[in-house]
Design a protein around this ligand. Structure first.
Ligand code: NAD
Length: 405
């Protein structure tokens, strides 16, 4: 597992495995004004599509949706970054975000029908949940289109709603056949500021940035063990970030990771460090000053399997690739170079004593072994249990079976 080399004097143990390089203290964002919608045009499009992460939905999101519901008959909200493990950037499940959005629109008196009458198939408010595919943009586009298509049928009367706020909004230009309807709601409010206040425990600030229904959800979520984990992750990341503030330039880290597959199983470790404690991850570590990437990955695998040099990894190496999406890690700029090793055996080898458990197990059993072999089909079916982009890395190497996910 990658544990990042941080300056020791200023770090706690938790902070030692975490870093991000950017730290901006954004002042409390002003709440946007409700635009005067009295003279807004009546619905002129059959369908409107509004894509976002909504982590969490805030006042500006609400106003964009209220405005959109005045110009489209049916609003399809595409909730991105679905089915991923919770982290401080994406703390809520897609279903939780969907429930918050419906609740805030009902609370605002939007004409969408109740949860009973405004059903998923017939109401004015529909939802599509889409996973990220950081290394396969065409797959993401196809999944957005496919999800929208399921609601619009053969209609071509589809508009795309949104606001091109910065380069991260590039995807709004990727649907040229849907007329773009830019929102008139433009404010400096951002979900990043909401999350920063939320994980700092500043619920009073959060109250001013989100609709009451969302605030109620956030208050309840604050009582959960998941919030406690995320808040601890947030603190660890902040500590690590502070440790690098004096660096002359933001650091870029290189990690050597290994996907080891054998007889329908893959070797995974359960993270012991923050962020993402308890999530499943590929074995790997940061590159040391005197190591090659392959040498680093092989050393980790030999340690975990306990097979030492008896394991001929050079014969087992099938493929390698670099995973460098800028948003792949919250710890900062961490580029992964990953190797796929295939062990030609009828059963996966026993793991070294004290290193983990051997034998194929089912996910979700709560095992806390450091490393274990897990059925590939189970791993592919549970992206929400994997750290960072490791599910995508596995899928990339084993592309023949990724469609099971
Ligand atoms: P977001 O929640 O930040 O924003 C959603 C929409 O609201 C955007 O149109 C944004 O411009 C608008 N908005 C936000 N704040 C506003 C404000 N203050 N005033 C007015 N409008 C405001 O979501 P996002 O990050 O843009 O969501 C995109 C989603 O699509 C993410 O989940 C992302 O991961 C996903 N995505 C995935 C891929 C891929 O996997 N290949 C590619 C592109 C996008």
């Amino acid at each position: 597992m990658a544990s990042l080399p941080l300056p020791r004097p200023v770090l706690t143990r938790a902070g030692r495995s975490a870093l991000t390089m950017q730290h901006m203290t954004v002042p409390h964002a002003p709440v946007p004004q409700v635009p005067d919608l009295a003279d807004a045009p009546r619905p002129t499009r059959a369908f409107g599509v509004y894509i976002g992460r909504f982590e969490p939905p805030h006042q500006a999101h609400l106003l964009v949706m209220l405005e959109a519901l005045r110009s489209v008959q049916t609003l399809i909200v595409v909730i991105g970054s679905a089915r991923a493990a919770r982290n401080t950037k994406n703390p809520f499940t897609a279903q939780e975000r969907q429930d918050m959005i419906r609740a805030m629109l009902e609370e605002a008196g939007a004409d969408i029908g109740s949860a009973d009458t405004g059903s998923a198939e017939t109401g004015r408010l529909r939802f599509v949940q889409v996973r990220d595919h950081l290394y396969d943009e065409s797959r993401w586009l196809a999944e957005v289109r496919g999800g929208v298509q399921a609601h619009v049928g053969g209609s071509r009367d589809v508009a795309l709603v949104g606001h091109i706020k910065d380069e991260s909004s590039y995807y709004l230009r990727s649907f040229p056949d849907w007329e773009f309807l830019p929102t008139h709601v433009v404010s400096p409010l951002s979900a990043t500021d909401v999350r920063r206040a939320y994980f700092a425990g500043r619920l009073g600030d959060v109250r001013g940035m989100v609709p009451p229904a969302v605030h109620i959800f956030l208050e309840r979520f604050r009582q959960t063990p998941e919030y406690a984990e995320l808040r601890a992750d947030s603190e660890a990341l902040s500590e690590a970030r502070a440790a690098w503030e004096a660096a002359p330039q933001p650091p870029t880290f290189l990690s050597a990771d290994a996907l080891v597959s054998c007889a329908g199983h893959v070797l995974l470790v359960r993270r012991a460090d923050r962020p993402g404690r308890g999530l499943l991850a590929l074995p790997g570590d940061l590159l040391g000053p005197k190591e090659t990437l392959l040498g680093r990955a092989a050393r980790v695998v030999r340690q975990l399997t306990g097979l030492g040099t008896a394991l001929d990894l050079s014969a087992a190496l099938r493929a390698e690739a670099t995973f460098d999406h800028p948003d792949r890690s919250q710890r900062g700029r961490v580029v992964s170079h990953a190797f796929h090793f295939v062990l030609d055996r009828e059963t996966p080898p026993e793991l070294a004593p004290g290193r983990g458990e051997s034998g194929g197990g089912e996910l979700g059993e709560g095992e806390l072994g450091e490393a274990r072999w897990l059925a590939l089909s189970e791993v592919l079916a549970h992206p929400e249990l994997l750290f960072e982009d490791h599910h995508e890395i596995i899928g990339r190497f084993l592309s023949g079976v990724t469609d099971q996910s």
